[in-house]
Design a binder for this molecule. Structure first.
Ligand code: GLC
Length: 739
């Protein structure tokens, strides 16, 4: 629709119709009348509002969305189509690895391709907007939502944020073939104190800008059409009412003119935060901060019009918000086609195709991180050894993680199924051996019934039998593969935990099994870094598999048998123990570093009972091959605008290697304290057996910019160190001077 006509439409709306565009309700308000009574009563909104509401939360499926849209439009005076928004975080029906696994690919180009698949599947299923990517930087593995993040580094998060938005939106000039991306959660949600969900975030503006905003900025610069506010406070004000974040930074500084939507009920939660005494004040705060859509509360529906009538809110503010929503619908072409081509036939043709599966398999292969491989136990040779697969994830199809809301575990290839496809019958056996958890009661909080919970665990007798069967089978095996990990519901939203080791029941089972003296391989399924400190001693090999998605089993078998050489590198370090958290490789320098030249022994920055170093550092991952790095060559020792750092890589193995070469810098002396290392560049280099390649990095002056003492974004002349290597703790270095 021409924007002039769109403006006429806006001007023709009643206040109820305008406010309706700023309200988002869940599907139960549209599926059936009796269901709506409960939520409607709870939210205290009228049917009149429901009839003019602007968008729907988490309803997908071509048939369902078409039915709701048709019914809604038939009843709509101005024929303004509904927006269908959903949580499609790392897959719609073809589920890719969780984003913490996608981050481990260090391959934004591949992930952009994957998000193109997600866009096509989602669009065919009637979704117009996805609440993705989640780009919250995270340095505390206690937080359950590590799962959705690409990790702890500002540069890597920014690169993946851009790739995901471009993949989702598929924009070419005027063409907008994908679905709208709603980047979240703005801002700094991953820095909740003590790693506790929904907790306070309090940090300096410098740290916010230097580290935490990079992902959102990259997403906005890539054209994300929406931004979602976060539950947390920043500097004493919850994000949803925070004018500094939403207006000053997002809209004024970054020029974002898209839609801002609150997180679920976050407008009303301003009351619980204690910055609004009632829904009227909450509405006032959120609207003045230019939050456009109120997700799933009655605040805007009940309070906006009275506030305007009372002169407490400038009607222009409301019109601007409604304009942004109407413009989004127009950009999506909804006025011309409210279904955007979504039909049941189109959906069936698009979902879970063999092509989508094979891309998912490739992405999962690159997401898997080989953490340990004593005596080069891996890769295995098919049918050379008798293999026993044990553990609660061995024959489990629930490998898709908490936010695969629209995926189906029944689509997933389990590890057992993949192994039995790869090996002859006599060379592979499976015994579950133990439950995933000893106690499933916590699932009651997520709606599981008592009967469901009761059916999950084995009885004491069944446990005894399962263990004995596993021990007996283990005696006959040469190699035991342990498929272990945390429960899906132990990570993701509301999944913060203070003990992030493997569940005790699994550790006890492993203690029993390792007495058999066999070769042991651990596959760790988790939505966060786990403290695998004991398992490092017990196991010969360890593969970090995250929640690997629909093709999880196949990709794991590809790695186990060397069909693919593991290339994953951690995008978030694994702690030695939970007491070290929060932690990150790019921590600031201190006055008493471990290697202090002026202080000895006790009086340096360290713990009495733990190393400072992580169990596995940022950027870490092993390969079956071996790649040698030559000395670094700098194009100059006095850098003005540009510096080229080059080196030669030589693959001295018989494997094709995908080697992620990482370049970090240290600004030795700044006008404020600077990190010990900062990732600036990386390249994922493919090397055939015995192949040698020259790798060059071009470092620009602007790559060295940071928020200086006066908060200006720039840099100062002085000494720098450049580090190049395989991970944050395994680098070679060279010095240069910035003139
Ligand atoms: C949730 C999450 C957010 C999600 C939204 C809609 O509480 O915080 O990530 O997109 O609600 O489901």
């Amino acid at each position: 629709m021409q924007e002039a006509k769109l403006k006429e439409l806006l001007d023709s709306l009643t206040w109820t119709e305008k406010v309706g565009q700023l309200v988002q309700l869940s599907g139960d308000f549209f599926h059936s009348a009796e269901l709506a009574v409960g939520p409607k009563k709870k939210l205290g909104i009228t049917q009149e509002t429901i009839d003019v509401v602007g968008s729907v939360l988490n309803v997908t499926g071509a048939e369902t969305t078409r039915n709701i849209q048709e019914k809604y439009l038939k009843n709509s005076h101005h024929k303004i189509p509904l927006l269908f928004m959903a949580d499609i975080i790392y897959g719609y029906r073809t589920i890719f690895p969780i984003p913490l696994g996608l981050g481990a690919t260090w391959n934004p180009e591949l992930i952009e391709e994957a998000y193109g698949v997600i866009a096509r599947e989602s669009r065919s299923a009637g979704a117009h907007v996805t609440y993705a990517p989640m780009v919250d930087l995270v340095r505390d593995a206690r937080w359950g939502r590590c799962l959705e993040s690409t990790g702890e580094d500002p540069q890597l998060n920014a690169d993946f944020a851009k790739a995901m938005v471009l993949g989702l939106q598929q924009e070419q000039g005027e063409m907008f073939e994908g679905i709208a991306s709603c980047v979240k959660h703005f801002a700094a949600y991953g820095a909740g104190e003590a790693g506790r969900e929904y907790n306070t975030v309090d940090m300096s503006e410098r740290r916010l800008r230097q580290d935490y905003l990079s992902g959102y900025k990259a997403a906005v610069d890539a054209g994300a059409k929406l931004v979602m506010t976060s539950f947390n406070t920043y500097d004493g004000m919850p994000a949803t009412g925070n004018e500094f974040l939403l207006k000053e930074i997002l809209r004024d500084e970054w020029g974002f003119d898209g839609v801002i939507i609150s997180d679920y009920a976050a407008v009303q939660e301003l009351i619980a935060h204690g910055v609004a005494k009632d829904e009227r004040e909450a509405t006032l705060l959120a609207m003045k901060a230019t939050n456009d859509i109120d997700m799933k509360t009655g605040c805007y529906a009940n309070e906006l019009e009275p506030l305007v009538k009372a002169g407490a809110i400038d009607p222009e503010l409301v019109d601007e918000a409604v304009w942004r929503v109407l413009k989004l619908k127009n950009d999506l072409g909804l006025f011309e086609d409210p279904y955007r081509g979504s039909t049941v036939e189109q959906e069936q043709r698009t979902l879970l195709t063999e092509e989508n599966r094979s891309l998912a398999r490739k992405v999962t292969q690159e997401s898997l991180v080989l953490l340990q491989n004593k005596n080069d136990l891996l890769p295995l040779k098919p049918n050379e050894d008798k293999i026993l697969l044990v553990g609660p994830y061995g024959d489990e199809q629930d490998l898709i993680g908490l936010w695969a809301v629209h995926g189906k575990s029944s689509d997933v290839v389990s590890i057992r199924a993949a192994l039995e496809k790869e090996l002859s019958k006599e060379n592979v056996a499976f015994e579950k051996g133990c439950d995933l958890l000893a106690d499933y009661q916590f699932l009651g909080e997520f709606g599981a019934t008592k009967e469901q919970i009761h059916s999950l665990g084995m009885t004491a007798e069944e446990k005894e039998i399962a263990l004995n069967k596993a021990l007996a089978a283990g005696k006959k095996a040469d190699i035991i593969i342990y498929a272990m990990g945390e429960h899906t519901m132990q990570s993701g939203e509301a999944g913060s935990r203070t003990d992030i080791s493997l569940p005790t029941i699994q550790k006890e089972f492993m203690e029993q099994m390792i007495t058999l003296g066999k070769k042991n391989i651990l596959i760790s399924i988790s939505g966060r870094p786990l403290t695998l400190t004991k398992e490092v001693e017990q196991m010969d090999a360890i593969i970090q598999a995250w929640f690997p998605g629909t093709e999880g089993g196949n990709a794991l078998v590809d790695i186990l048998f060397g069909k693919v050489n593991p290339s994953g590198r951690l995008s978030m370090g694994f702690p030695e123990n939970v007491g070290q958290l929060p932690m990150s490789y790019n921590e600031f320098k201190t006055g008493r570093p471990l290697n202090s030249s002026t202080h000895r022994g006790r009086f340096v920055t360290k713990y009495l009972d733990s190393p400072n170093a992580p169990l596995f550092p940022f950027g870490f991952g092993l390969s079956y091959g071996k790649v040698e790095y030559s000395e670094l060559i700098l194009s100059t020792k006095q850098m003005t605008d540009e510096l080229t750092v080059s080196l030669r890589l030589k693959n001295i193995s018989d494997y094709t290697c995908l080697e992620t070469v990482q370049l970090y810098i240290q600004d030795v002396t700044g006008s404020v304290v600077r990190p010990v290392k900062e990732l600036k560049k990386y390249q994922k280099v493919s090397l055939l057996p015995n192949e040698e390649k020259l790798v060059e990095f071009s470092l620009q002056r602007s790559d060295l910019y940071y928020y200086m003492k006066d908060m200006q974004f720039g840099t100062e002349a002085g000494e720098f160190i450049v580090f190049v290597g395989k991970n944050a703790n395994d680098t070679q270095q060279a010095e240069f001077e910035l003139m």
